[in-house]
Write a protein that binds this ligand. Structure first.
Ligand code: FRU
Length: 472
């Protein structure tokens, strides 16, 4: 049996100890990326939520900081966001870092009335090192909605107001404010749109531009009801005028078709970039995965972009260039017209596989070890679907929802596939066709995966295959 500590990834953020779920309060300031996260420091299980804190200057190396927000008399600290208040609209100080989060009250009487979640503020005047809770909390009391949480706040230039995008059970409610303290309800969206197999959580709203056309993207995480079971993130492409969000989307769109990218949102205060990180797990089994001291990792940072196919807009996800630059080429496999190629029999612990211009044909990329564990990433031409199969990937016994094959439609119509796959001890993230089809899955092999091969039912035709090793 593998030592559980060996499950810790090399280039994905994990808390040193304890539990982590959603990324929170992601904000960039003075050369530092801040990543806060849902955290239970006392146990590697979901419990009384705090905001953990990590910082990075390059989006690759993360330094865990002191816990930012502790539970208080109003409740534990659920998900939310952070902004830099450049104009001191809230009066906490110029350039204050302000966190807008959900207080979750466990008191029985509040649970009975359904008023147990409300939005509150905290601020930091020293770059996120120390925090004060606002004395007037909560700033947005509960109007009688059981699931009333996960505020994502942004500055809306046109209306010169802060906009809060809030998950309210089975829809999103938008609020506006001039000072972060008083909020006015503007509209709600979504009762008639998108997937509704579970509760809506952790939304995000931001504009993106493709060829001079600007669209507003609304991300909505949903649990359960994901396309391959459990939690997943859907999105809507539409317009937002400062009050209302509208969409032409009738098709349900998923940001990532794997089972392990949830509750992700984008960084605030980064100009012209849409940097995203998700929680790399799924509520179906997050509390059961076989790590001991800590539980859960974040996804790699991704850059989102707007792209269109046949007049339909989609959000593509690509690895952020910072993470791309953290790898060096260790092997190049020139074209060989054979049905199977052993790509490596001594894999680095963390690596990236790049396949360029692979003819659209059935293929399987198989990661394996001497125990006979296998993790397969592939494409099925008849179904026009990508897939990840982790049903024989090692330790699968902790949840009957875990050992499965997951599928994703191929959206691209190109005759060649480009595959960019990141492996890191216990995770696989692939970005096919320039990030149009994306899947993220975790797995727990009985010993490290050492071998990699690619196979097909016909001779493989490609331009190049490259294995790159994580540089540390
Ligand atoms: C999403 C979520 C959020 C909530 C947090 C609690 O994974 O359920 O809606 O704020 O986790 O930890």
């Amino acid at each position: 049996m593998v030592q559980v500590e060996n499950y810790r990834p090399l280039y994905h953020f994990t808390p040193k100890e304890g539990w982590m779920n959603d990324p929170n309060g992601m904000v960039y300031n003075n050369g530092t990326y801040h990543l806060f996260y849902q955290h239970n420091p006392d146990e590697p299980k979901w419990g009384p939520m705090h905001w953990g804190h990590a910082t990075s200057t390059d989006l690759v190396h993360w330094e865990e900081q002191k816990i930012a927000l502790y539970p208080d008399s109003l409740g534990t600290i659920f998900s939310g966001s952070a902004v830099i208040d450049k104009d001191n609209t809230a009066g906490f100080g110029k350039d204050a870092m302000v966190a807008i989060f959900t207080h979750h009250n466990h008191k029985e009487e509040d649970k009975r009335t359904g008023l147990h979640q409300y939005q509150s503020l905290a601020y930091s005047l020293d770059q996120g090192k120390t925090w004060e809770k606002y004395k007037g909390n909560p700033v947005l009391p509960n109007p009688g909605i059981w699931d009333f949480r996960d505020p994502k706040v942004m500055w809306h230039e046109k209306s010169q107001a802060w906009i809060m995008t809030l998950a309210t059970k089975d829809c999103i409610t938008f609020y506006s404010s001039k000072n972060l303290k008083e909020w006015k309800m503007e509209s709600s969206f979504g009762k008639e749109n998108g997937a509704h197999g579970g509760v809506w959580e952790c939304p995000d709203l931001f504009p993106m531009t493709d060829n001079g056309v600007t669209k507003w993207i609304l991300l909505v995480s949903i649990n359960p009801g994901g396309p391959n079971g459990g939690s997943a993130t859907q999105y809507f492409v539409g317009d937002f005028d400062g009050k209302h969000f509208t969409t032409d989307d009738t098709q349900i769109k998923w940001l990532d078709w794997g089972t392990d990218n949830y509750a992700g949102v984008t960084w605030n205060n980064v100009k012209d970039r849409h940097l995203f990180i998700g929680w790399m797990s799924n509520w179906q089994y997050a509390n059961e995965v076989p790590t001991l001291k800590w539980r859960s990792a974040s996804t790699i940072p991704r850059e989102l972009s707007l792209t269109s196919i046949n007049k339909q807009y989609y959000v593509a996800s690509k690895p952020a260039k910072e993470i791309e630059n953290a790898f060096k080429i260790s092997k190049t496999i020139a074209p060989k017209k054979v049905n199977e190629i052993l790509l490596s029999d001594h894999l680095p612990t963390g690596f990236q596989l790049d396949i360029s211009k692979l003819k659209v044909q059935d293929f399987k990329i198989i990661l394996f070890n001497k125990e006979g564990n296998e993790l397969t990433v592939g494409y099925n031409k008849a179904k026009d679907q990508y897939f990840i199969n982790r049903s024989e990937s090692g330790n699968i016994s902790f949840s009957h929802d875990f050992p499965k094959k997951h599928v994703a439609p191929r959206l691209s119509k190109e005759s060649q596939v480009d595959m960019n796959v990141f492996f890191d001890v216990t995770s696989v993230e692939f970005f096919a066709d320039n990030g149009l089809s994306v899947m993220t899955d975790i797995f727990f092999p009985d010993s490290p995966m050492t071998h990699l091969k690619i196979s097909s039912n016909a001779p493989l035709e490609y331009q190049n295959i490259i294995i790159s090793e994580y540089k540390k």
